[in-house]
Design a protein around this ligand. Sequence first.
Ligand SMILES: Cc1ncc(COP(=O)(O)O)c(C=O)c1O
Ligand SMILES: Nc1ccccc1C(=O)C[C@H](N)C(=O)O
Length: 394
Amino acid sequence: MSELATRAEKLDAADDLRGKRDAFVLDDVVYLDGNSLGALPAVVPGRVEDVVRRQWGELRIRSWEESGWWTAPERIGDRIAPLVGAAPGQIVVGDSTSVNVFKALVGAVRMAGEGRDEILVDATTFPTDGYIAQSAARMTGCTLRPVAPAQVPGALGDRTAAVLLNHVDYRTGRLHDLPALTAAVHGAGAYVVWDLCHSAGALPVGLDEHGVDLAVGCTYKYLNGGPGSPAYLYVRRELQDRFDSPLPGWNSHAEPFGMRSGYEPAPGALRGRVGTPDILSMLALEAALEVWDGVQVEAVRAKSLALTDFFLECVAAYVPEGRVECLTPIAHAERGSQIALRCEGAGDVMKRLVERGVVGDFRAPDVLRFGFTPLYVGFADVERAARVLARTLG
Ligand SMILES: Cc1ncc(COP(=O)(O)O)c(C=O)c1O
Ligand SMILES: Nc1ccccc1C(=O)C[C@H](N)C(=O)O
């Protein structure tokens, strides 16, 4: 056994999160794609069966109250809250991330008020945020300026209304400085919206601590909610009364069953709701979140950094010099929970890796992306992935 494989065994034996792997349905594939679709928590199938057969099949309409369907968006929001550093009552679950980006960004521009007519958007963003920001700008009469996150402080001005940023870049895995950028946006009198898709469940976010205004994120990556599981919207408590949703559906009404023609927004996080919640996906997510019982995000972060450090070490030891170039920052303060390697023919290389039992993904034009979910990825997986990568490139 190689020195690295021996070390992997020791690291696994000393890993406090090791037992969590049993809470997931996994086979002997090395699954490094939890940053696209998290693995299935073992508790989910039975719960979904109960929701469908008993709650829907037997209780039918009564389940809106008796099975807690109606209040699921805010209840599950409160379950996500500690994972992103938010006190209860500020997060609602529902809709896709794209829809929540729209709500948050238009809501932010409306809060900024007269005289502020520019939106800054992360120039390197996952495309959907950029597309939605373009439409939000057109609708609110703002101009949209794409800016690299590091350049945001210099681009802010007294016309800036809102800034939309990604906490972790989907392609490179770069972690942006949320506290400093949030403070810079506030210094200019503007509002910030953070997309937490690639950070929630992988590292501490500290939404309340850093005074973030609005945030959105998906739940199908590190939160393992399942394909198309609903996203969430955070609106900081002090801003909730001023949050003027651009999608004020009846579920966000102060009295939804009053069936009144006049709109009156509900107080608190409920204002972020739109229409009828997608109960099947939502309750699958609620079950999936049970794997977090007793887990601290800080412990997840420590293991995530150890996994990505070890992967880089194994890649350096096994992969011939010059075949891959790491796009992810080496500094821990700038690294999310993935490693992105630029590589010639990356699309074909990833196909062959998948055939050999190492599942990551390919992002155009030339990036091999490997996501590390500390709840179910171990150090032996990491060593094996690097070994298979070296064989595939060799
Ligand atoms: C940063 C980021 N934002 C948004 C999305 C997707 O949004 P939606 O949930 O609407 O598909 C993704 C991935 O799909 C993402 O990585
Ligand atoms: N929602 C998906 C549906 C199908 C395939 C991928 C996704 C992703 O989430 C991609 C991810 N956001 C990424 O960072 O590339």
